[in-house]
Design a protein around this ligand. Structure first.
Ligand code: HEC
Ligand code: HEC
Ligand code: HEC
Ligand code: HEC
Ligand code: HEC
Ligand code: HEC
Length: 503
C-alpha cells in the first residue's frame, strides 16, 4: 500500500504495455520536436528529413499513444477479474490521484492535438513541396527536376501544374502517388517515364490559374542563333515575328495562333499513337458552330475507328507540352554556348564534333562513362586532325569539354534514358513534327480545304543570314533560306525529317 501512495495517476497506467507506449510516444515526440526545430533553424532543406519528421515518426507517436489505453484496459481487466468486481474503471474526481490523472491526460491530449494539427498541415505542405516531388525519388524525377530548375517555371511548384487546387485532385494524386512510391521501391517504373501523362489534370484547371488564355500577347520577336557544322562553325541567325495573338472579341484585338487555336475555335483530334504524334483526323468547330473535318491523306484512316479511339479536345498541353521540362538536342543546345563564347568558336569543327560526341554519349549508361566519351572524343579529334591546335589551344579545348559535360548533365539522363529523343517538343516543327502533326499540308476536308502550311501563317522571318555572305532583312517577311544549300528540299519534307532523331 505504501508504494501505491507514491503513484501520481491511475493505478492501471502502471503496466509494462502502457509504460512502453508512453516511453515510445515521449521519445518520438522529442525527436519530432528536435527535427522540426532543426529544419526550421537550418538554412537549407534536407530532402529526406521531411519524410522522417512528418510521416514516419508520427506513426510511432500514434502507436505509442494507442498502446497506453490498451495497456491500461488490460491491466484494469486483469485486476477486476482477479477481484471479481465491476468491469469499467470508476472515475472519482474527489480522489486527488484521479484528478491529477485526468488533468495529465487532458493536457497531454491537448498538446498532442495541437501538434497533430500542426504536423498534419506540415505533412500536407511537405507532400506538395518541390523537394518532395523532385528530390525524394531522386533518380526517377531527376530529368524533370533538373530541367525544371532552368525553365520559365522554376518558381512554380510542381503541384501547381501536376495537381492544381482543390481536395479531389490532391487525393487522386496521392493515391496514384502511393502506387508510384511502390513502383519506385520495387523498381517497377518505366524508363523513360512515358508521356503524355494519362490523367494529367486538364489545362484549364492548372495553366489557366495563372495564364488567362484571352490575354493578348500580340507578336513576339524570336531571335535564334545557330552554328553550322563546317570547319569555321559559321554563325547563322534568324529573327522572326511569331504571331501569338490572343484577345477577347469585346476588346477588339483578336488574332494569331492562340486566337485561331484556342479561343475562337474548338479543335478536336484523334491520335494513333500514345505520344499523340500521329494525327490522322481533326475536327474544327468555329464560333458560329460550323464544323469541318480534316483527314490526313497520308494515313488511310477509317472513320469507324472513331468509336474506339479517344477524341481529345486540344488544349494548352497539345502545343506547350514542355513548358517546364525541355530536353534539347545537341545541335541546338551547343548554339547558345558558342554564341556566349563559352565554347571557343575558333576551334575548327567544334560544333560538329560536339554534336557527334554528345550523340555518342547519349548511349552511355552512366555519367562517368558519358564524360569519358566526351573527353576522349574531343581530345582525340584535335590530337589527330589538328595537332598544332591541340597544343596551342589546349585551354580552350578543355573548357569546351567542360561546357559539353554541362550540356550533357542538363539534357541527358542515362539512368532514366530521358533526352530529347524520348520527349518530342510540340511547339514548332524543327526537331519533332509539333505543329506539323496537323499543319503538314496534307490534312484535307472532303471538298479539298487544307490545314495551312504556309510558312507565314504562324511567323514572319524578318532577318536571316550569316552576316558575311548572306544577310537579308525585310519587316514584311522574307522567304525562308536554309543555312545549308539543300535545294528545295525544305519545301517537300518537314524540317523534323532531317533534324529529328533518326529512327
Ligand atoms: C508549368 C507547369 C509544370 C511544372 C511547374 C512542372 N511540370 Fe512536370 N510536366 C508538365 C507538363 C505539361 C508535362 C507533360 C505532360 C504531357 O505531355 O502529357 C509534364 C511532365 C512531367 C513528367 C513526365 C515525364 C516527362 O518529362 O514528360 C514528370 C515525371 C514530371 N513532369 C515531374 C515534374 C516535377 C518533379 C516537377 C517539379 C520539380 C514538375 N514536373 C513541374 C508541366 C509542369
Ligand atoms: C503558378 C502559376 C503558373 C502556372 C500554374 C503556369 N504558369 Fe506558365 N508562367 C508563369 C509565370 C510567372 C511565367 C513567366 C516567367 C517569367 O517570364 O519569368 C510563365 C511563363 C510561361 C510561358 C512563357 C515561357 C517563355 O518562354 O517565356 C509559357 C509558354 C507558359 N508559362 C505556359 C504554361 C503552361 C502550358 C502551363 C500549364 C501546364 C503553365 N504555364 C502553368 C506562371 C505559371
Ligand atoms: C496551337 C498551339 C498553342 C496552343 C493550343 C496554346 N498555345 Fe500558347 N503559344 C503557342 C506558341 C507557338 C507560342 C509562342 C511562344 C513559343 O514558341 O513558346 C505561345 C506562347 C504562349 C505564351 C508566352 C507568351 C509570351 O509573351 O511569350 C504563354 C504564356 C502561353 N502561350 C500560354 C498558353 C496557354 C495558357 C494556353 C492554353 C489556354 C496556350 N498557350 C495554348 C502555341 C499555343
Ligand atoms: C490537332 C491539330 C493541330 C495542331 C497540332 C496544330 N493546329 Fe493549328 N490549326 C488546326 C486547325 C484544324 C486549324 C483551322 C484550319 C482552318 O480554319 O481551315 C488551325 C489553324 C491555325 C492557325 C490559323 C491559320 C490561318 O489560316 O489563319 C494558326 C496560326 C495555327 N493553327 C497555328 C498553329 C501552331 C503554331 C501550332 C503548333 C504549335 C498548331 N497550329 C498546331 C489544327 C492544328
Ligand atoms: C502552323 C504554324 C507554323 C507553320 C505553318 C510553319 N512554322 Fe515555322 N515555326 C512555328 C513555330 C511555333 C516555331 C517555334 C518558335 C519557337 O521555337 O519558339 C517555328 C520555328 C521556325 C523556325 C526557327 C527555328 C529555329 O529554332 O531557329 C524557322 C526557321 C521556321 N519555323 C521556318 C518555317 C518555314 C520555312 C515554314 C514553311 C515551310 C514554316 N516555318 C511553317 C510555326 C510554324
Ligand atoms: C533534307 C534535309 C533537311 C531538311 C528538310 C531541312 N534541313 Fe535544316 N539542315 C540540314 C542540314 C544537312 C544542315 C547542316 C547541318 C549543320 O550544318 O549543322 C541543316 C542545318 C540547319 C540549321 C542549323 C542547325 C544548327 O546546328 O543549329 C537550321 C536552323 C536549319 N537547318 C533549319 C531548318 C528548317 C527550319 C527546316 C524546315 C523548314 C529545315 N532545316 C529543313 C538538312 C535539312
Amino acid at each position: 500500500m505504501a508504494k501505491q501512495q507514491e503513484r501520481k495517476i491511475f493505478d492501471s497506467f502502471y503496466n509494462s504495455i502502457s509504460l512502453f507506449g508512453a516511453f515510445l510516444a515521449a521519445i518520438t515526440f522529442a525527436l519530432i520536436l528536435f527535427l522540426f526545430l532543426a529544419e526550421w533553424l537550418s538554412p537549407r532543406t534536407v530532402p529526406y528529413l521531411g519524410i522522417l519528421t512528418y510521416i514516419v515518426l508520427p506513426v510511432f507517436l500514434i502507436l505509442g499513444l494507442i498502446l497506453i489505453p490498451i495497456g491500461m484496459w488490460r491491466e484494469h481487466r486483469r485486476r477486476v477479474l482477479g477481484l471479481g468486481k465491476q468491469v469499467l474503471p470508476r472515475l472519482d474526481l474527489n480522489n486527488p490521484k484521479h484528478r491529477r490523472g485526468v488533468m495529465v491526460f487532458m493536457t497531454a491530449t491537448g498538446i498532442f492535438l495541437f501538434f497533430t494539427g500542426l504536423g498534419t498541415y506540415r505533412a500536407y505542405e511537405f507532400t506538395d513541396s518541390v523537394t518532395f516531388c523532385g528530390q525524394i525519388c531522386h533518380k526517377v524525377m531527376e530529368p524533370e527536376f533538373v530541367a525544371y530548375q532552368t525553365s520559365p517555371h522554376a518558381r512554380v511548384k510542381c503541384v501547381e501544374c501536376h495537381v492544381g487546387p482543390g481536395a479531389t485532385w490532391y487525393v487522386r494524386s496521392k493515391l496514384s502517388g502511393a502506387y508510384q512510391v511502390y513502383s519506385v521501391l520495387f523498381n517497377k517504373f518505366p524508363r523513360p517515364i512515358p508521356t503524355p501523362i494519362e490523367n494529367l489534370r486538364p489545362a484549364q484547371e492548372t495553366c489557366e490559374q495563372c495564364h488567362w488564355p484571352a490575354k493578348f500577347y500580340g507578336d513576339r520577336l524570336v531571335d535564334r542563333t545557330h552554328y553550322l557544322s563546317d570547319e569555321e562553325n559559321t554563325r547563322w541567325n534568324y529573327k522572326m515575328v511569331l504571331k501569338i495573338g490572343g484577345g477577347t472579341p469585346e476588346e477588339g484585338y483578336t488574332s494569331g495562333i492562340h486566337w485561331h487555336m484556342n479561343i475562337a475555335n474548338k479543335i478536336e483530334y484523334v491520335a494513333l499513337d500514345e505520344e499523340r504524334q500521329i494525327i490522322p483526323w481533326v475536327r474544327m468547330t468555329d464560333q458560329n458552330g460550323n464544323v469541318k473535318v480534316f483527314k490526313s491523306t497520308q494515313d488511310d484512316f477509317d472513320e469507324a475507328a472513331l468509336d474506339t479511339l479517344e477524341i481529345r479536345r486540344m488544349d494548352c498541353i497539345d502545343c506547350h507540352n514542355r513548358p517546364s521540362h525541355q530536353f534539347k538536342s545537341p545541335q541546338l543546345a551547343l548554339n547558345i554556348f558558342l554564341e556566349t563564347g563559352q565554347i571557343d568558336a575558333s576551334l575548327p569543327y567544334i560544333k560538329s564534333e560536339g554534336v557527334d560526341i554528345l550523340d555518342e554519349a547519349s548511349e552511355a549508361e552512366t555519367y562517368e562513362e558519358a564524360f569519358q566519351i566526351i573527353e576522349d572524343g574531343i581530345w582525340n579529334f584535335y590530337k589527330e586532325e589538328y595537332p598544332e591546335i591541340a597544343e596551342t589551344k589546349a585551354a580552350a579545348i578543355d573548357s569546351a569539354i567542360a561546357v559539353m559535360k554541362r550540356v550533357y548533365r542538363r539534357n541527358f539522363f542515362p539512368y532514366m534514358r530521358a533526352n530529347w529523343k524520348a520527349y518530342p517538343e510540340n511547339i514548332g516543327h524543327l526537331t519533332s513534327p509539333g505543329c506539323y502533326r496537323c499543319h503538314d499540308g496534307m490534312h484535307e476536308t472532303e471538298d479539298g480545304q487544307v490545314i495551312t502550311n504556309e510558312c507565314t501563317a504562324c511567323h514572319l522571318i524578318i532577318e536571316q543570314g550569316d552576316g558575311k555572305t548572306v544577310m537579308e532583312k525585310n519587316l514584311y517577311g522574307l522567304e525562308f533560306r536554309h543555312p545549308e544549300d539543300i535545294d528545295e528540299e525544305w519545301r517537300e519534307s518537314g524540317c523534323y525529317e532531317c533534324h529529328g532523331p533518326e529512327e
